[in-house]
Design a protein around this ligand. Structure first.
Ligand SMILES: NC(=O)c1ccc[n+]([C@@H]2O[C@H](COP(=O)([O-])OP(=O)(O)OC[C@H]3O[C@@H](n4cnc5c(N)ncnc54)[C@H](O)[C@@H]3O)[C@@H](O)[C@H]2O)c1
Length: 368
């Protein structure tokens, strides 16, 4: 019988250096009897040679359309826009199940090609929790970006271009260096501290040297009294990491910021949750997503008050591609090992059922 195979495609999205399979998880799959085909990719944080060394078969960049149609293709982000039919099975984040812009066009490519899409965002365990998510490193990188913005602010500047770090140590060292050797003395508040992103943010603050008492960790119990919260104005960096599900009172408002005047300590807000355009956004002091080349947006604080900026980047784990990929891929591995039994393995049958439902909706919309 032919060995189960996975084909790791290249990523085409700008700045995306992460990978769905790492050399570590590729080796584990090979040891379990898989063939792993890897497209050469200069953009990826892992060297082609690292995959070759563990027994992967290297093929040309972006050659997956020529792969046998029975070979499943695994990647991370969306495929470049096109109208080409998709006959393969794809495992990836496709961002088209929640009726995002262009959703029906993307799905119509699968309809016309007869392919199947397993969306990584919708692979859930028996409790409905994602089997693999990037939250921890989103929080970690978000907190680091916040600390870098604070360091810039202390020098009277705005934070400039952010580029992915080679690894976590490089990120931690850079942040400490720019804060004058350590983050000691900085005070931070993390809301949603018990979640994936929140735990990552707390971890970064510990690693750059904040005193434990200077890392305020709030979750549902602490916000139950209802905002706005004056405590937010009393820290240097506020990181929001909640999973927003319904309308809640604002955590912080512009009126409150203006009223605090020059007494405000708060210098940077990092909105990891990034519910920027959600009408229930509990941080209604900004309204755009920021980017790696312009990471901060200023808040209108009124008069001569000290500046305040918001970081609202919605793809933060990209800043830490190596560790983020390793963690995500390791969490995904048990499900990938079950992939050859996808006709019966619950995680995959549930994901395929969802795909079929969305495909039918898209076909209607597209008149197919
Ligand atoms: N910016 C990015 O790059 C990026 C990357 C990954 C995830 N995210 C987003 O971050 C958010 C959190 O994701 P996660 O995986 O950490 O979720 P999670 O479910 O693991 O954690 C969310 C936490 O928020 C807490 N929470 C919910 N409502 C709260 C409230 N009103 N007050 C206080 N705490 C509250 C929960 O109790 C939980 O501990 C999501 O919106 C996700 O889409 C952003």
């Amino acid at each position: 019988m032919a060995k189960p195979t996975l084909w790791l495609r290249c990523e085409k999205k700008e700045f995306e250096r992460r990978a769905a399979l790492t050399p570590t998880t590729s080796k584990q799959l090979i040891d379990a009897g898989f063939d792993i085909v890897v497209e050469r990719d200069e953009q990826r944080i892992f060297e082609d040679a690292e995959y070759e060394a563990v027994g992967c078969k290297l093929v040309d960049n972006n050659s997956w359309p020529t792969a046998p149609v029975t070979t499943p293709i695994i990647g991370l982000k969306e495929l470049p826009e096109s109208t080409d039919p998709l006959p393969h099975t794809h495992i990836q984040f496709a961002h088209c199940f929640k009726k995002q812009g262009g959703w029906s066009k993307v799905l119509s490519r699968f309809h016309r090609g007869g392919g199947t899409l397993y969306d990584l965002e919708f692979l859930n365990d028996e409790n409905g929790r994602r089997v693999a998510a990037f939250g921890f490193h989103a929080g970690f990188a978000g907190a680091a970006a916040g600390a870098l913005a604070l360091a810039s602010r202390r020098s009277g500047e705005d934070l400039g271009l952010l580029t992915p770090f080679e690894n976590e140590d490089a990120m931690v060292s850079k942040v400490k260096e720019l804060l004058g050797g350590s983050g000691k003395g900085v005070k931070a508040l993390v809301i949603g501290a018990l979640g994936r992103c929140g735990r990552g943010a707390v971890d970064l603050f510990r690693k750059i040297g904040l005193d434990e008492d200077d890392i305020l960790k709030w979750d549902l119990a602490e916000t139950a009294k209802g905002g706005p919260f004056p405590e937010i104005l009393d820290v240097d960096i506020f990181v929001n990491c909640i999973y927003l599900t319904s309308k809640i009172p604002s955590f912080v408002t512009r009126e409150q910021i203006i009223e605090a005047g020059k007494l405000r300590r708060l210098s940077v807000v990092v909105d990891v949750s990034c519910d920027t355009t959600n009408p229930f956004n509990p941080i209604p002091i900004y309204n755009i997503n920021t980017t790696f080349d312009k990471p901060t947006v200023p808040v209108d604080v009124g008069g001569q008050n000290p500046p305040l900026s918001v970081i609202s980047i919605d793809h933060l784990p990209t800043l830490l591609p190596r560790e983020a990929s390793e963690q995500f891929s390791a969490d995904l591995l048990p499900s990938l090992l079950e992939f050859p039994n996808r006709q019966t393995a619950r995680v995959w049958t549930d994901a395929e059922k969802l795909f079929r439902e969305k495909l039918a909706e898209a076909a209607k919309v597209e008149g197919l």
